[in-house]
Design a protein around this ligand. Structure first.
Ligand code: GDP
Ligand code: ZN
Length: 390
């Protein structure tokens, strides 16, 4: 359909549904937007944000809008790729983003700085696709950490202080084992998939090969159900997978829109794309840079069976080391709980303590005291040794 066939002023709500549907617009969004439609504003989804300006896909094509109007003090509420917004209609100059529709999920990275706020990398995500290369030996611990990261997005827990928004539905993680063509045979491949399934209970695990096309249709079907982001280490095959999902036609369609009426060409990067098989893919440099240390919440969900066992320990504050009546240690003894799994859990909990400490002054002070005490003990031990040998 050609955009020039649209009425000049956007009034019919059904046309917005029609044209934004490939970008995830649905009946709920439509309902949320009613008051803004009455004001003559256009609905749209943010493709990218760049120094206060953003590209927004609207029923009249991709437009450039200034976010100055909705600049909040809370960095969590800064307009971000994936957001649904209301923008000024055609003919407004400059054109502003007037409001941010409620986010259903948000992918937040905890900042490494001393400020406790995170940085929102992408919003309204339904699937977090964790890409793991089969070209290297599987590192289940790493997969668990990426899962914890994905879970923090799904629950929005990292954003609890952002109480104005509600986080009713979450993003679902999917583990995609890439480069399956490098695994010599199908039996080995099925064992690898099973291994990963043990580290990711309840999480779908797919093996795909962009080289042969195997499994790409399954992934495309998953991606068709909403908005996806790709996570994974550099070299995991994310770009290749994105290309396989995107195909050439979509890229061509995206590249030729210039409808902001200023004769300026709107370059559309691949930050947010409607997939030909349905669904939306968000792939931003920020998401690419997400490190494992960003996993902040979600550990409990990744290790749900351990948390469940822990609930049955005799002592409420059981550390599962040597306590009597410890259900976790009992499961370890019986073989029900693999030792590797408990080790991973402990490691992640320790790291979490560190991440929390980074953002929580009181916890930080406690840790510092702890280190000081340990440091003093270590020093005393060293001096004792030295004394002995002096
Ligand atoms: P990214 O850093 O996660 O985006 O990874 P890339 O998509 O750039 O892929 C890294 C390398 O893996 C490249 O050399 C790709 O050609 C290779 N690769 C990606 N997918 C496949 C695959 O399905 N099979 C094989 N054999 N190699 C692949
Ligand atoms: Zn215990």
């Amino acid at each position: 359909m050609s955009f020039s066939s649209l009425p000049g002023s956007f009034s019919s709500s059904s046309s917005s549904v029609h044209l934004l549907q490939p970008y995830g617009w649905d009946a709920d969004r439509e309902a949320e937007f009613v008051p803004f439609a009455r004001q003559g504003l256009l609905p749209g989804r943010v493709v990218r944000v760049d120094r206060g300006l953003c590209d927004v896909i609207t029923p009249v094509g991709t437009v450039r809008a200034d976010t100055e109007f909705v600049v909040p003090r809370d960095p969590m509420k800064v307009v971000c790729t994936g957001d649904w917004v209301a923008v000024d209609p055609e003919g407004s100059s400059p054109r502003y983003v007037r409001t941010l529709l409620p986010r259903r999920t948000a992918f937040v990275r905890s900042t490494s700085s001393k400020r406790s706020e995170g940085q929102v990398l992408a919003t309204n995500i339904d699937h977090v696709v964790i890409c793991v290369s089969l070209a290297a030996e599987l590192d289940l611990g790493r997969i668990e950490r990426f899962l914890a990261l994905a879970m923090s997005c799904s629950t929005g827990e990292a954003l609890l202080h952002n109480a104005a928004d509600s986080w009713e539905s979450g993003a679902r993680p999917v583990v995609v084992l890439t480069k399956a063509d490098l695994v010599p045979d199908a039996v080995t491949l099925s064992y690898l998939v099973q291994d990963v399934e043990t580290a990711a209970p309840g999480v779908p695990v797919l093996a795909v090969s962009a080289a042969t096309g195997d499994g790409i249709d399954v992934l495309a079907a998953v991606a068709a159900g909403g908005t996806s982001v790709l996570l994974g280490q550099s070299g995991a095959g994310k770009s290749t997978l994105a290309n396989a999902l995107i195909g050439e036609d979509v890229m061509d369609v995206q590249a030729t829109r210039d409808v902001d009426g200023k004769g300026r060409h709107t370059t559309t990067t691949r930050n947010l794309l409607a997939l030909p098989g349905g669904g939306v893919l968000i792939d931003t440099p920020g998401l690419r840079g997400v490190g494992l240390w960003d996993a902040q919440t979600g550990v409990g969900q990744v290790f749900a069976e351990i948390e469940e066992l822990a609930g049955r320990c005799r002592f409420h504050d059981c550390a599962h080391t040597a306590e009597p009546g410890c259900a976790v240690l009992a499961a370890l003894d019986s073989g029900e709980l693999p030792e590797r799994r408990l080790d991973s859990y402990r490691k992640l909990m320790r790291e979490n303590q560190w991440i929390v400490a980074k953002t929580d002054a009181r916890a930080r002070a406690e840790l510092r005291r702890d280190w000081k005490r340990k440091g003093a003990e270590g020093k005393a031990a060293m001096e004792a040794k030295r004394g002995r040998w002096a």
